[in-house]
Design a protein. Structure first.
Length: 52
C-alpha cells in the first residue's frame, strides 16, 4: 500500500456496536460508498480489535 494522504480512525466499544451502526444506517452507508467511488482513487479498510 502506498503512503496514504489521509487516515481516518473510527472507534467502537465493541464489534456489536459497529454492526448496529452499519445495519442501522443503510442510507449513510450508501452515501459513504458513493463518496468513495466518486472521489477516491484507492482506499483500504483495516479492521483491528484488542483482547483485554
Amino acid at each position: 500500500m502506498a503512503t496514504p494522504d489521509e487516515v481516518v480512525v473510527l472507534h467502537y466499544k465493541n464489534s456489536q456496536q459497529s454492526e448496529r451502526f452499519r445495519s442501522g444506517n443503510p442510507d449513510l452507508m450508501k452515501q459513504i460508498g458513493a463518496f468513495n467511488k466518486k472521489h477516491l482513487i484507492e482506499f483500504t479498510y483495516f479492521s483491528a480489535g484488542a483482547d483485554r
